[in-house]
Design a protein around this ligand. Sequence first.
Ligand code: NAG
Length: 258
Amino acid sequence: MLSVASLLGSLLSRSSGGPTAKIGSFQWVHTSYNKPGLLLEMVQSVIPPITFISHKGLAGRIAVIGGSKEYTGAPYFAAISALKVGADLSHVFCTEGASTVIKSYSPELIVHPILESKFAVHETSEWLERMHAVVLGPGLGRDPVVCLDTAKSILEEVKKKNLPLVVDADGLFLVTEYPDLIKSYGKAILTPNIVEFGRLYEKTMGEKPKPEEPVLAVKVLSRALGNVTIVKKGPNDIISDGENGRFKVKCYHSKERS
Ligand SMILES: *[C@@H]1O[C@H](CO)[C@@H](O)[C@H](O)[C@H]1NC(C)=O
């Protein structure tokens, strides 16, 4: 997947012109935005300046909902990446079995082993009051209670609080089970790989996506879900918010996809 860290690194170290600009190791094929400078401005605009009166938390408090007995790496990487690109505080809400493992990866993360508690939704919801953005799904697992029940209720709380939300991995499994859960939530970004995309598309549209029209398929699914943003990961990342597949991103730096 296109990582914000590598995007920033590439953007800040170089600039070039033309509608299809090669920026660092990325090639951007713009459809709506055709000026690389504009893209740089957009990225800069979301990064708060550091000042002497800044306090910890001002530059971002992030919640990652995920981490189970089997999977501890994915929530760690999501949470630590937020810190590496400048957020101040990164919280992980996971199951008890995952928490000591995740804590031992890094002293920088705040880890709440509460997803199996009967107060999970209530407690997480109280923490969400203080959060700026939420990532739901990395390493969540597909336990019927934790994923399809607790995480579902937490997602509803996120919507009530109108927080920006990234849904990945098993969070996409949840959304595929209940597409209405995410429908028309303008602050949602879904990040499916090709398999997750195919499942969600089929569930929502009642047919498989046509492989010969990959950009159109992302736009069609985004519209069907009320214009949520979809970042379909692949050899070309394809991003759409219901408009014309705004970016098709070719990414040459790595052949590894996730
Ligand atoms: C989604 O976006 C398209 C293109 O801008 C627009 O025509 C459509 O009405 C939007 N749909 C919803 C549900 O907002």
